[in-house]
Design a binder for this molecule. Structure first.
Ligand SMILES: O=P(O)(O)OC[C@H]1O[C@H](OP(=O)(O)OP(=O)(O)O)[C@H](O)[C@@H]1O
Ligand SMILES: Nc1ncnc2[nH]cnc12
Length: 171
């Protein structure tokens, strides 16, 4: 299946100069969504994953589906002010702005093997902040970071130099 045909590219959204890579057509198509999750699942068949970490908001969709497929748990990394109970916070820069991420202080148990997932790797600011907040506060093993789409020209993976990174599609 050509998964790329289910990505819609919209120029000048949400700001002039940005080509927005939108995976909602893939989500709306059952076989395409299933194929995407199955391809990601296949990467982790032989390497046990305890928790899949999803980054708000689009990453949640992928994290929940993949975690279910792997029999793993899901942890949410959210934008500021959305998570109840005690949290850790981390500021970061976006391709089109800046923001704050939070994670709950009891999100993981020591030694858990985790996978981080998001829909798009652009500048890498969001995922680098996610790695930073996790490494600063938790004793877990980051097994891999997966993306549906990677915007190669922005070189976001250079911010993740010491970690295994995999993207299903490249632009
Ligand atoms: O690599 P970066 O330059 O950091 O950009 C990638 C991030 O940007 C988008 O999220 P956005 O903040 O737009 O939030 P959303 O998922 O809530 O729409 C995307 O889903 C990634 O999380
Ligand atoms: N070009 C882009 N398309 C979709 N999501 C993004 N997040 C950051 N850059 C993006």
């Amino acid at each position: 299946m050509n998964l790329e045909s289910y990505i819609r590219s919209t120029p000048d959204f949400p700001k002039p100069g940005i080509i927005f890579r939108d995976f909602t057509p893939m989500l709306a198509n059952g076989p395409a969504f299933q194929e995407m999750i199955d391809r990601l699942k296949a990467r982790h068949q032989d390497t046990p994953i305890d928790v899949v970490v999803g980054i708000e908001a689009r990453g949640f969709i992928l994290a929940a589906a993949l975690a279910y497929a792997l029999g793993a748990g899901t942890v949410l990394v959210r934008k500021e002010g959305k998570l109840p109970h005690a949290t850790h916070r981390q500021e970061y820069l976006l391709e089109y702005g800046s923001n704050v991420l939070e994670i709950q202080q009891d999100a993981f148990q020591d030694g858990q093997r985790i996978l981080i997932i998001d829909d798009v790797l652009a500048t890498g600011g969001t995922v680098a902040a996610t790695v930073e907040i996790i490494r600063a506060h938790f004793d877990v093993e980051i097994r891999e970071i997966d993306f549906l789409m990677e915007l190669d020209d922005l070189k976001g993976r250079e911010k993740l130099a010491d970690l295994p990174v995999h993207s299903v599609l490249h632009y």
